[in-house]
Design a protein. Structure first.
Length: 412
């Protein structure tokens, strides 16, 4: 018997079972309640974000979060300096354009992302993937305007200047200034950096130049080797010797402790390896994503609503702040991972999305400085952005709702 045909048949049967289970769920009382989900949530999001777009257009700035005294904090800085969150709100606008087909969202996205184009040649940050893939990447996906590829290509060329072949990674933070210079690091790489690989994979696909893909794969492999513990929780920061590639330290910067599991870091890793599997179909990346997902889902301290505390090992649980941004990133990643695992993780993603859509975490219309989600955490060790809305929490929430909507349409 042809083994390949047998495997294909088994996959087809599993997918059929998944589809049948989905349809049976739709016929249940809970399924009937969910019949208009996530369209209803996307419509609510569109109304709320319309107000935020009006605010952004009025100020000519990209929104980031809300300060402790309730004022808007803009990602677009008055001094013109770089901010790693600049691409998220334009990206949310592109998703709203995809959902509504209304030109105001396209126009708003273009106007706001034009503010950040100047950073395409910026070589002092690893965050160019966040900034440009979320904005110009979505722009190209929806419009196929090749001018956007030119911008992305320059951003990608800037990003890979930070790649060190001795280490096999893209350097995250510079260590010659700021608080990072006080840690004694030489070549710090943070788990967040996995999120910058999507832009590199996309560039190789769209330009035919394999150099971006090679850097992405090297970074993913080195990170897989050094960033994860036996239980597949992740360290936040690995510091390398830039000459030998040897691991010097395993630390945290935004988590509770060096050995703790910072919640958003676990989400970044899950999302990053799911993306790696999307582009390479290398089974080791799929297995890595599954193991990280299993850690997140099965962790004994995960709350029933699946919205994690800011660090899984924070000392005062259950009195610690939740991190909605980690949950939104996780939901988006799990939905994609479910497509590669015959529907496994679909219900977990669905549960997270329903929790996020509840009044506990979703703001009422006109409130929350017009952001969608409440109760995110930026960095507790830095006493920064604690229990506030964050533009990247909204971005990944909308992305997850769009993925959920597309999966539902495929199954109907």
């Amino acid at each position: 018997m042809d083994v390949k045909l047998t495997k294909n048949k088994m996959r087809a049967e599993r997918y059929l079972i998944f589809a049948l289970l989905f349809l049976l769920g739709a016929c249940s009382p809970k399924g009937k309640e969910n019949a208009d989900f996530p369209e209803k949530e996307l419509e609510k999001s569109e109304k709320q974000l319309s107000l935020l777009l009006d605010d952004a257009n009025k100020e000519g700035k990209n929104p980031r979060t809300v300060t402790a005294d309730g004022h808007m904090h803009w990602a677009t800085r008055d001094n013109g300096s770089f901010d790693w969150t600049l691409g998220f709100f334009p990206g949310s606008c592109w998703y709203m354009y995809e959902f509504t087909k209304e030109e105001k969202w396209k126009e708003g996205a273009i106007k706001l992302q034009n503010q950040l184009e100047k950073f395409k040649s910026f070589k002092h940050s690893h965050d160019l993937g966040f900034v440009f893939q979320c904005s110009f990447g979505n722009a190209y996906r929806l419009t196929h305007n090749k001018a956007y590829i030119d911008v992305l290509e320059e951003a990608g060329n800037s990003l890979i200047t930070r790649f060190n072949p001795n280490v096999g990674c893209i350097q995250s933070w510079n260590v010659d200034r700021g608080w990072q210079s006080k840690r004694g690091w030489e070549f710090p790489v943070i788990i967040d950096n996995m999120m910058n690989l999507e832009m590199l994979f996309e560039l190789s696909k769209n330009t035919g130049d394999d150099k971006y893909r090679k850097v992405a794969i090297a970074h993913a492999n080195t990170t897989m080797k050094n960033h994860f513990r036996e239980d597949f929780s992740s360290f936040h920061v690995i510091d390398y010797n830039p000459e030998t590639g040897e691991v010097r330290n395993k630390h945290t910067a935004q988590g509770y402790a060096h050995e703790s599991a910072w919640a958003r870091g676990q989400a970044w890793g899950l999302y990053g390896y799911t993306v790696c599997y999307r582009y390479t179909k290398d089974e080791k990346y799929l297995q890595q994503a599954k193991e990280i997902a299993n850690y997140i889902i099965n962790y004994k301290g995960t709350p029933k609503d699946m919205i994690p505390y800011w660090d899984y090992n924070a000392p005062n649980i259950p009195k610690e702040p939740r991190d909605v941004s980690a949950a939104a990133i996780t939901a988006s990643a799990l939905l994609e991972l479910s497509e590669y695992t015959e529907g496994k993780y679909y219900e977990d993603a669905e549960k997270i999305l329903h929790s996020l859509a509840s009044e506990v975490y979703t703001a009422k219309y006109g409130e929350n400085n017009h952001f969608l989600l409440k109760h995110s955490v930026g960095s507790i060790p830095h006493n920064n952005e604690i229990d506030v809305p964050l533009n990247y929490a909204d971005y990944y929430y909308i992305e997850a709702l769009m993925k959920y909507k597309n999966l539902k349409s495929q199954q109907s």
